[in-house]
Design a protein around this ligand. Structure first.
Ligand code: AMP
Length: 400
């Protein structure tokens, strides 16, 4: 696996695919620069080597047409501030104006190109478009994990024009390493904590990770499909009756593989889907009519904590309750606390995928776990065992 550590960028122009798809406020100013911050180490390393950086990204979904609201010109100031370098901008990503701006770029300078998705050829993975982009750099660096699961021109197709001169940036390399640690090289016992609303959206992940883990903790709305499968009563809890057979087969497969499955034994049930609802702790398999389980109960959390604390490798995807409502956030906070404690004791912990990342940030755990993945869809596809095209394109050796 080649990373930017393997290259000396002195007097080289690095063409970097970054993920600067940042949120803009109503005045079109950057409201959260996390993604720019995340790409900073890669860009700085290139500049410190004595090279220059040409940054390409998408922003929003302009669907192949120019859209002033989605111009990357709106983020130039924020990128300049974050990097501490005055960033140049060119209002296109291919053509004569870009050729000139690239030609004029000196060592230590940064040039940001216009939104790649103003051309429909970006998302269609057009070969000719990728080839035109490839002219701008001596070395191609992919540091955009968030789009690594897309076979777009700038994320995948372009790599073939740099057979010996392509590599991962720090961010993408770190994501790959974190996922590998959980899926391949992690110390045992390995525990996966899966929560979230529905089992249907996590099924491929569960099937892929079962062979790699020792413990599977199931929480959140998914719980109730499993409870139903075991003949319990779920009251008005969120549930997918058509997935009961699936839940059965997951439990059977886990048992055959020797994976210990930990389901909630008690839940905090509410008489409405509301933070103001009345609540009662009920056995997870005997929820009364008119009540719905919205968070893990105290005995469950005690058991989950015990499993988490004896784990050496932990993957956490999905909250174990409706954490957006304060009265049902306790389970997710307690699970987070246990993951943090296990991490302090030397476990490797990876948090990834959509809502669990939001929860971890909301409760301030992000600097206390080993790794928080930034790539939502890309992360989920990795956990599902898919080879991401953007990663494969860099790994691929040149044809002899
Ligand atoms: P996901 O995107 O699949 O990870 O689902 C995350 C969502 O699941 C969050 O918005 C939670 O509020 C929701 N969730 C977690 N537990 C429950 C539950 N017991 N009932 C309903 N929704 C839940």
């Amino acid at each position: 696996m080649k990373t930017i550590e393997d290259f000396d960028f002195k007097d080289k122009k690095a063409l970097i695919r970054v993920d600067f798809n940042v949120p803009l406020d109503s005045d079109l100013n950057v409201s959260d620069n996390n993604r720019i911050e995340a790409a900073k180490p890669t860009i700085i390393k290139i500049l410190e080597d004595g090279g220059s950086a040409i940054l390409m990204s998408h922003l929003g979904r302009p669907k192949g047409t120019k859209n002033a609201d989605m111009s990357l010109s709106h983020i130039v100031e924020s990128v300049s501030e974050t990097l501490g370098v005055k960033v140049k901008f060119v209002a296109d990503c291919i053509g004569a104006s870009v050729a000139q701006a690239v030609e004029e770029l000196r060592s230590g300078e940064v040039l940001l190109l216009e939104n790649l998705r103003f051309y429909k050829e970006e998302e269609s993975g057009d070969l000719d478009f990728a080839e035109q982009l490839s002219h701008w750099g001596d070395v191609y660096v992919n540091d955009a994990f968030g789009t690594a699961h897309r076979a777009h021109a700038s994320t995948t197709v372009i790599a073939q024009y740099f057979p010996e001169r392509k590599c991962f940036g720090y961010l993408l390399a770190a994501e790959i390493k974190a996922i590998d640690t959980v899926m391949k090289t992690g110390k045992k016992p390995v525990t996966a904590i899966l929560g979230g609303a529905k089992v249907s959206s996590k099924i491929t992940i569960i099937e892929n990770i079962l062979e790699k883990i020792d413990h599977l903790i199931i929480g959140g709305g998914m719980t109730y499909t499993f409870v139903l499968a075991q003949g319990g009563a779920v009251g008005d809890s969120i549930c997918e009756p058509d997935k009961v057979d699936l839940a059965h087969s997951i439990l059977e497969k886990a048992s055959a593989l020797g994976v210990q499955v930990h389901l909630p034994v008690d839940v905090v049930a509410a008489d409405a889907f509301s933070n103001e609802a009345q609540t009662r702790v009920m056995p997870a398999n005997a929820i009364e009519k008119g009540w719905q389980g919205l968070d893990a109960g105290p005995e469950t959390l005690r058991q989950f904590r015990e499993v988490i604390l004896q784990s050496k490798t932990i993957l956490w995807n999905g909250p174990v309750g409706v954490f957006e409502m304060e009265n049902f956030s306790k389970g997710t906070i307690e699970v987070g606390n246990a993951v943090v404690e296990a991490t302090e004791n030397g476990a490797f912990s990876l948090v990834g995928g959509g809502d669990s990342v939001a929860a971890v940030k909301q409760f301030g755990f992000q600097d206390k776990v080993s790794y928080v993945s930034t790539g939502g869809g890309a992360m989920l596809e990795s956990l599902e065992g898919k080879t991401l095209p953007g990663i494969a394109a860099i790994m691929q050796e040149p044809k002899q």
